[in-house]
Design a protein around this ligand. Structure first.
Ligand SMILES: [Zn+2]
Ligand SMILES: [Zn+2]
Ligand SMILES: [Zn+2]
Ligand SMILES: [Zn+2]
Length: 566
């Protein structure tokens, strides 16, 4: 097959399908996509809510349950204990396939009726005291943590695979402890307000540093001690400078954050942070091979368009997935092979359009099944009946596709349409990478969540009344309702949080979790690539980078970066 230029059904822009892409689609038996990679990603992410929780009641036992699903989603939510129990049978919800109705409508109706886990976590089973977490396992004493496992005492953090005593971090790639406001860190201890660092200790405001300790306001350093703004000082001089910053106070820490942002713009940075990779494009790839447009992935191999994942092989178009092969268009398709169009479907083979199904094989359009085979719309068939009916449904999907309100057609081989998502667009991680206004969302006939998590005007303490220095803050603060200085949302300080702020000597934040999170995610480059030239004068090297051309950072090729920084 030759390279082909197609027009995206959704954005109407051209996109390219490469010969190896055709080979991949042929191997997994799906037609080539009709959406461009970016529109496919936006559609996929519009089905994943990572950070917006609410409370409701388990529809089986009636107990209060924390959930991703707002009442408007009309989902049937069960608590952890009920969902995993034998008190109900997902096969009881099975229905006959109706050839007069688009398949996407039938699977959507099934997804809404069959009970679903309020949150995907193992609180009370493998984890302890971690009710407010999602995509989460084997951990202890965590609160508002998303996509994580094997961690302890972690708060307001996402995408973390090992660590202890951490607040307000994203993308912790290997064990870290006592970290505040960190992004892309590994093997760091007692580090605050830092980004892209490995093996650093007792430091604050570091960018792209390795094996440094007692450094402050530095960028691109290796094996250093007692440095300030990349200059070497004696221990005594260094301590005097750091003390003068008074970063345990709110106003001074804000000032230092600003200074740091300006300072790191003067330090050249590498076009991509890929380690030990061969023939890869993307960012934050470790031990990768032949993988393109992947972001924050460990051990990718022959992959394209995958993000926040671990050990995917021969797979395309995935988010937050691990240890799988030949998977396509999925959200958390862990430990699977040939798991296509799956949402939170694990340990499964040869499944298509499976939603929260586990340890199953040969499913088509099923929801919440476990240990199942040869089911369609949760109804049991023999192997022969299953194969015959699946072929018929695929034919019907192609002859009479689901058409959304903008006229976009969804045949077999497309992921679920965004307009059928049970989440408001602004509840999902699509809003992070593809932000849209309420009006734009309504124009597409997508949903918008107006009410979630937003309490205003209930504050019992004004931000100017919070003591400046953390040591002056009394335990009483955990009883107060605070108000975010950016969005006015009310929020609280938990006891565990206060204890960590005191230990780490950082001030009480004056912004809510959501504003802190979005500020941090903006510092992480967008998961998108641009073709650019090295900014070192006279160098003609070119590369694919996640730094957009209009960004202010100094971006170098590997050679120039290594000459100047590493
Ligand atoms: Zn497009
Ligand atoms: Zn229950
Ligand atoms: Zn806020
Ligand atoms: Zn260069």
């Amino acid at each position: 097959m030759n390279q082909e230029i197609k027009v995206c059904q959704n954005c109407k822009k051209d996109f390219i399908i490469e010969p190896d892409d055709f080979a991949f689609y042929e191997k997994i038996k799906v037609p080539p996509p009709t959406f461009c990679p970016e529109c496919r990603k936006q559609r996929r992410l519009s089905w994943r809510n990572d950070f917006n929780l609410c409370t409701s009641n388990c529809k089986l036992c009636g107990k209060s349950v924390v959930t991703l699903f707002s009442p408007e989603s009309k989902m049937t939510v069960y608590c952890n204990k009920c969902w995993w129990s034998d008190k109900w049978n997902p096969r009881d919800y099975g229905v006959d396939y109706d050839s007069t109705k688009p398949f996407f409508v039938q699977i959507k109706e099934l997804i809404q009726r069959v009970p679903i886990l309020g949150l995907v976590n193992d609180d009370g089973i493998g984890s302890v005291n971690s009710e407010y977490t999602h995509d989460f396992a084997f951990s202890k004493n965590c609160y508002m943590v998303f996509s994580a496992w094997k961690i302890e005492n972690v708060l307001y953090t996402s995408y973390i695979i090992a660590g202890k005593d951490i607040v307000d971090c994203t993308n912790i790639l290997d064990f870290c402890d006592l970290i505040y406001e960190g992004l892309q860190l590994e093997l760091c201890s007692r580090v605050k307000w830092s980004q892209n660092c490995t093996s650093c200790l007792d430091s604050a405001f570091l960018f792209d540093c390795k094996d440094c300790s007692n450094c402050f306001m530095c960028g691109g350093l290796r094996h250093k001690k007692y440095c300030f703004r990349n200059e070497q000082y004696t221990k005594e001089e260094y301590e005097k400078i750091v003390d003068s910053y008074k970063i345990s106070t709110w106003l001074e820490s804000e000032r230092a954050k600003k200074e740091f942002e300006e300072f790191i713009l003067t330090i050249p940075r590498k076009f991509a942070n890929n380690k030990n990779c061969y023939n890869c494009t993307g960012d934050f790839l470790i031990n990768g091979k032949n993988s393109k447009s992947c972001f924050n992935v460990q051990r990718p191999e022959n992959d394209k368009w995958i993000e926040n994942s671990d050990s995917p092989k021969d797979s395309y178009d995935l988010v937050c997935s691990g240890e799988l092969s030949e998977c396509y268009e999925g959200i958390t398709s862990d430990h699977s092979s040939r798991n296509l169009f799956g949402i939170f479907t694990w340990k499964s083979q040869n499944v298509q359009y499976a939603h929260h199904c586990h340890t199953s094989h040969d499913l088509f359009g099923c929801a919440s099944l476990r240990n199942a085979e040869y089911c369609i719309l949760n109804k049991q068939y023999s192997k022969e009946e299953f194969e015959k009916l699946r072929a018929q449904i695929i034919q019907d999907m192609n002859n009479n596709p689901y058409t959304d309100s903008r006229g976009v057609k969804y045949k077999f081989g497309e992921f679920y349409p965004t307009e059928l998502s049970y989440f408001g667009y602004n509840e999902t991680i699509a809003q992070e990478q593809f932000p849209m206004t309420r009006e734009e969302v309504f124009k597409n006939n997508w949903k918008w969540q107006d009410s979630f998590q937003l309490t205003k005007g209930k504050e019992t303490i004004k931000s100017e009344s919070i003591p400046e220095v953390i040591d002056d803050v009394k335990d009483q603060i955990t009883k107060e309702i605070l108000q975010c200085i950016d969005c006015e949302r009310n929020y609280k300080i938990t006891e565990a949080e206060l204890t960590l702020y005191r230990r780490m000597q950082v001030p009480i934040p004056h912004r809510c979790f959501y504003c802190r999170l979005s500020t941090r995610l903006k510092k992480r480059n967008s998961y998108k690539l641009w073709h650019r030239k090295c900014m070192k004068p006279e160098c003609t090297n070119e590369f694919e980078t996640s730094y957009a051309p209009d960004r202010p950072e100094i971006v170098y090729c590997e050679t120039c970066y290594n000459n100047e920084v590493a």
